[in-house]
Ligand binder design. Structure first.
Ligand SMILES: CC(C)(COP(=O)(O)OP(=O)(O)OC[C@H]1O[C@@H](n2cnc3c(N)ncnc32)[C@H](O)[C@@H]1OP(=O)(O)O)[C@@H](O)C(=O)NCCC(=O)NCCS
Length: 137
């Protein structure tokens, strides 16, 4: 397993990977243009775990100059529980530290208990006093 930033050539495979491996409730549809825009803004934000040509994990590690946000934390179902998720989070945190950032966060569905365990294992904790406020643009 290797970790590397995704490139534009990976976009179709990334979209296919998310369909089979990412949490998919309550999520706006992903498309190639949106992923390309992310790469144009921050070419190293989307980190992939790969095994040869195959994508086995993903994590978007975005830094907006103020805070660090994590998205699309996913590992292929048949590769879970082998440390890939933890390795992706460690790589993201290393990237964030290099920016001098002090805190990372993620949006996690309240009933995604599997994800809660993985986030908690890497040191993340829920802040129940906060709610996400959203407006569609
Ligand atoms: C969440 C997810 C990315 C974790 O990836 P992973 O590669 O399986 O995670 P790891 O193997 O690195 O696990 C790290 C730790 O998390 C905890 N953990 C992960 N999966 C667990 C499970 N099924 N049961 C209990 N603990 C679990 C364990 O503490 C584990 O350490 P250990 O194996 O040494 O006990 C993966 O389960 C996934 O893709 N889930 C579906 C998508 C999703 O819901 N993503 C989160 C969106 S917020």
């Amino acid at each position: 397993m290797q970790l590397r930033p995704a490139t534009v050539d990976d976009i179709p495979a990334v979209l296919a990977f998310w369909k089979t491996s990412a949490e998919d409730t309550n999520r706006a549809g992903d498309d190639a243009a949106a992923v390309a825009a992310l790469m144009a803004r921050d070419p190293e934000a989307l980190v992939l775990a790969t095994d040869g040509e195959e994508i086995v994990g993903s994590l978007i590690a975005g830094f907006d100059g103020w805070r660090c946000h994590l998205y699309r934390f996913a590992v292929r179902p048949d590769r879970r529980r082998r440390g890939i998720g933890a390795a992706l989070l460690a790589a993201a945190e290393e990237r964030f530290r290099a920016f001098g950032a002090g805190r990372a966060d993620a949006m996690v569905l309240g009933d995604n208990v599997l994800a809660h365990r993985a986030w908690a294992a890497s040191g993340y904790a829920a802040q129940p006093e906060w709610r996400r406020w959203v407006k569609r643009l």
